[in-house]
Design a protein around this ligand. Structure first.
Ligand code: FES
Ligand SMILES: [Fe+2]
Length: 391
C-alpha cells in the first residue's frame, strides 16, 4: 500500500500549536516516506558530520558513513578541510576507516594512495595503461561548510549557505562562545530500533521530564517551565528553565562565558538546526545528539559531549568532565525505553494520531518544516505559523 501523503499533510498543515496533532503513526516506518526524506530533506539540507577540533591539524582524517555514503573528512597540508568520498576511484574499496593522522590515505586493495586533498598520489603498475593520468582519478569531493565549529555536508550541492540558513540562531548561541566549545567525550549507542523523527520528537520537548526524567530532571528543570524560543525556516529553539531556588552549578550551568547574562545561568537552550543538528547547550557544556538515519524506523545514535572554554579552563577538569558525561548518559538512557516503545506501537499497526500539548509546540514546528520540505504544505501556511505568537 502506498504512503498516504494526504494524512501526513493534515498534521503538517495545522495552523495553530494549540490544535497540533502527532504525525500519523505510519510516518515512522514507511520505506516510501523515508526515500522521500532522503531525496528532499537529507540530500538537500546541511548534515552535521563532526566538529573541527576532531581534525587536529594538517594530515588528520575522520571517517563516517552518512545515509549509507562512506565519507572521510580531512585536513590537507594547507590545513583546509574537505569532505571526500571514502570509496577508491579504482574499484570502490573503502580507502580508510576510523580517525587519525596520515600523509596519504592508501587503499588496502591495490594500494592506490590519495593525498588528504583527495588527489591520486600513487597507483602501482598503472603507468603501462594507455592514457591513464593520475589527475583524472582523485576522490570525489562533497560540498561542505563550517558553522560554529561544526563541519556540514550538503549532498546535492544546491543548499543555500549554512550560515544563511542558521543566521537566526547566532544571537542565541554566540554569547555562550559556542563556536569554541570542545568535544571531550564521544559515545556510540549503535543502531537503534526507531525512526529519526521519534528521536527529534523526544529531543524537542521537555513535557516528558515528568515521565522518564522524573527522578533526574523534573525537580530542577520541570516540564511546565519549558517554553519555545525563536523559530526560523531552518531551526526551532526551546528553553528549559531551572526552578527557583536552585544554584547555577557545574558542570551544566557553570562556569560560562563572560558574555552571558545572569539569566543564562538558570536555563538550558535546546535547539534543532534542521534536519539533524540537535543540541542541548548551557554555560558549561553542550551535548550533540548525533542521529544518523539508516532507514525507515532505524537510526544510528552517537552522543558527543563538549565543554565550554570557561569550563575547560577551570580547576578539577577531570572530575567535572566525568560528572558531566555520566549525567548526560544516564539521562539519555532514560529516553531509550520510551523511544523503543513508541516505535513498537508503530510496528504493531496502531492507526490513530495523538493530540499534542502546548508544551510540545516545537514538534508542531518540526512537522511544518517536514511538510514544507516534502512539498506537501504551502510556504504561505508556514509563514502564518512562524508569525503565531509565542507561548
Ligand atoms: S580498489 Fe582501491 S586500489 Fe583497487
Ligand atoms: Fe528526554
Amino acid at each position: 500500500m502506498s504512503f498516504d501523503y494526504n494524512r501526513l499533510a493534515a498534521t503538517c498543515a495545522v495552523e495553530s500549536p494549540g490544535h497540533a496533532i502527532t504525525l500519523p503513526p505510519e510516518a515512522y516506518g514507511s520505506d516510501e516516506l523515508y526515500a522521500a526524506e532522503v531525496d528532499k530533506i537529507f540530500k538537500r539540507g546541511w548534515i552535521p558530520v563532526c566538529r573541527v577540533e576532531q581534525l587536529e591539524g594538517p594530515g588528520s582524517y575522520y571517517s563516517i558513513d552518512i545515509l549509507g555514503t562512506p565519507l572521510v573528512v580531512t585536513r590537507d597540508r594547507a590545513n583546509d578541510i574537505r569532505v571526500l568520498s571514502r570509496n577508491c576511484t579504482h574499484r570502490w574499496m573503502e580507502i580508510c576507516s576510523g580517525a587519525g593522522q596520515a600523509n596519504v590515505l592508501q587503499c588496502p586493495y591495490h594500494l592506490w594512495s590519495f593525498g588528504l586533498d583527495g588527489h591520486l598520489a600513487g597507483a602501482p603498475e598503472m603507468k603501462n595503461s594507455p592514457g591513464f593520468d593520475r589527475k583524472d582519478w582523485g576522490l570525489k569531493a562533497f560540498r561542505h561548510e563550517v558553522w560554529k565549529g561544526f563541519v556540514f555536508v550538503n549532498f546535492d550541492g544546491q543548499a543555500t549557505p549554512v550560515a544563511e540558513q542558521f543566521a537566526g540562531l547566532e544571537p542565541l548561541v554566540d554569547p555562550y562562545d559556542f563556536e569554541n566549545y570542545q568535544i571531550v567525550e564521544t559515545t556510540d549507542w549503535g543502531v537503534c530500533d526507531w525512526d529519526w523523527k521519534i528521536m527529534v520528537d523526544n529531543f524537542m520537548e521537555c513535557y516528558h521530564h515528568m515521565g522518564p526524567h522524573r527522578g533526574s530532571l523534573e525537580d530542577e528543570f520541570p516540564a511546565k517551565l519549558s517554553h519555545t524560543g525563536d523559530v526560523g525556516r531552518y531551526f526551532t529553539t526551546m528553553w528549559s528553565q531551572q526552578a527557583d531556588g536552585y544554584p547555577a552549578e557545574v558542570p551544566f550551568l557553570a562556569p560560562g562565558a563572560p558574555t552571558l547574562t545572569p539569566e543564562h545561568s538558570h536555563k538550558l537552550l535546546i535547539f534543532i538546526a534542521y534536519p539533524l543538528l540537535q543540541i542541548s547547550l548551557g554555560p558549561g557544556f553542550m551535548y550533540w545528539l548525533k542521529t544518523l538515519p539508516v532507514g525507515a524506523g532505524k537510526v544510528e545514535i552517537h552522543l558527543d559531549i563538549a565543554m565550554s572554554p570557561a569550563a575547560l579552563a577551570a580547576p578539577d577538569l577531570d572530575e567535572r568532565r566525568s560528572q558531566l558525561v555520566k549525567s548526560i548518559c544516564d539521562i539519555h538512557r532514560e529516553d531509550l525505553d520510551v523511544c523503543a516503545a513508541v516505535q513498537k506501537a508503530v510496528r504493531s499497526g496502531v492507526t490513530s494520531t495523538g493530540r499534542l500539548a502546548l508544551l510540545e509546540r516545537p514538534l508542531w514546528q518540526f512537522y511544518r518544516y517536514l511538510g514544507r520540505e516534502l512539498g506537501i504544505i504551502s510556504t504561505t501556511a508556514d509563514l502564518a505559523g512562524r508569525l503565531t505568537a509565542r507561548i
